[in-house]
Design a protein around this ligand. Structure first.
Ligand SMILES: NC(=O)c1ccc[n+]([C@@H]2O[C@H](COP(=O)([O-])OP(=O)(O)OC[C@H]3O[C@@H](n4cnc5c(N)ncnc54)[C@H](OP(=O)(O)O)[C@@H]3O)[C@@H](O)[C@H]2O)c1
Length: 269
């Protein structure tokens, strides 16, 4: 199988989980010569595989995501890579056209809609600020989110791929087991690490201005702030039972993630 985003938060877990289940993995990212923005690189990565995990490198609801996922999925099907699993986002209206583009491709598809990752606190753009300045600034006030461990995504993706047709044409929705505000999540990390880490909520407008100040293009800022405005308005402050439904066990808890990452030194100054 092909694993896109193989060096990213989810792909780096999907690849070893798939290998452990006996699948042969072909890692795909720019480091391997695969570029989402250059369709001439797609066939070499896809040819000869029978399945692929698709993680769009920008938000799955970003402008252009539906077109690129649709085009890649059609090319995959044309090359005989029929079984496609797309990582999507729970409760994100902007991601629906991307999911529909996959449905329309003719693939044997599964959509995995994920809640906010626990690993957003340990890997990716938010971490440096938390580690170095001791503060996380984000446009989520008191809204509660059931943070999801990306290892559960990997386990669900691999189970979907190794369960015959059971998950073909189905959407599964995953969350962690417990609702937490972003402030409470940072407080758990502070307590575990013994560091005075803080969370500061800002408006999406102020957050967008900060992103623009870091050089993020205006179109991307507009798309991201529109997504945050809806994603974090309370519509997702509930649990989803996809992990239990697919894996027959509870999702990993945020506290386990915090304990393991603290032991690994993730938030050391
Ligand atoms: N964060 C969340 O809470 C959350 C929740 C639900 C869904 N999602 C979805 O998760 C997806 C991102 O997945 P992720 O978090 O696992 O990835 P990630 O950690 O953001 O890493 C991005 C991956 O994509 C690769 N990549 C970047 N640009 C590329 C390009 N032009 N062509 C080919 N590969 C490229 C990167 O590797 P190279 O740099 O080597 O190319 C890397 O492997 C998004 O679509 C997002 O909507 C995220």
């Amino acid at each position: 199988m092909v694993v896109t985003g193989a060096s990213g938060r989810t792909g780096s877990r999907v690849a070893p989980a798939a290998e452990a289940a006996g699948l042969t993995v072909r890692a795909a990212s720019r480091a391997t010569g695969f570029d989402w923005w250059d369709p001439s690189t797609w066939a070499d990565t896809l040819r000869g595989a029978d399945a692929a995990y698709l993680a769009h490198p920008m938000d799955v609801g970003a402008p252009g995501a539906a077109e690129v996922i649709g085009a890649l999925a059609r090319e995959a099907v044309g090359l005989g890579v029929r079984r496609l699993v797309l990582l999507s986002a729970r409760g994100e209206d902007q991601a629906l056209p991307t999911e529909e583009a996959l449905h329309a491709s003719g693939a044997d598809w599964t959509v995995v809609r994920a809640a906010w990752f626990a690993q957003n606190f340990s890997e990716g753009p938010l971490v440096a600020e938390l580690r170095e300045r001791g503060e996380l600034v984000f446009p989520a006030d008191e809204v509660r989110e059931p943070f999801l461990d990306v290892r559960d995504i990997a386990d669900v993706v691999v189970t979907a791929l190794t369960s015959g047709d059971r998950y073909v044409g189905r959407t599964v929705t995953l969350s962690g087991p417990r609702l937490l505000t972003f402030g409470a999540a940072v407080a758990e990390i502070a307590e575990a690490t013994g560091r005075p880490l803080a969370y500061r909520a800002v408006s999406t407008r102020d957050y967008g201005e900060a992103l623009a100040g870091f050089g993020v293009p205006a179109e991307e800022v507009a798309a991201l702030t529109a997504i945050f405005d809806t994603l974090l308005d309370g519509r997702n402050a509930h649990l989803s039972d996809g992990v239990h439904e697919v894996l027959g066990r509870a999702p990993r808890d945020f506290s386990d993630f915090v304990r393991e990452e603290t032991a690994a030194g993730t938030w050391k100054a």
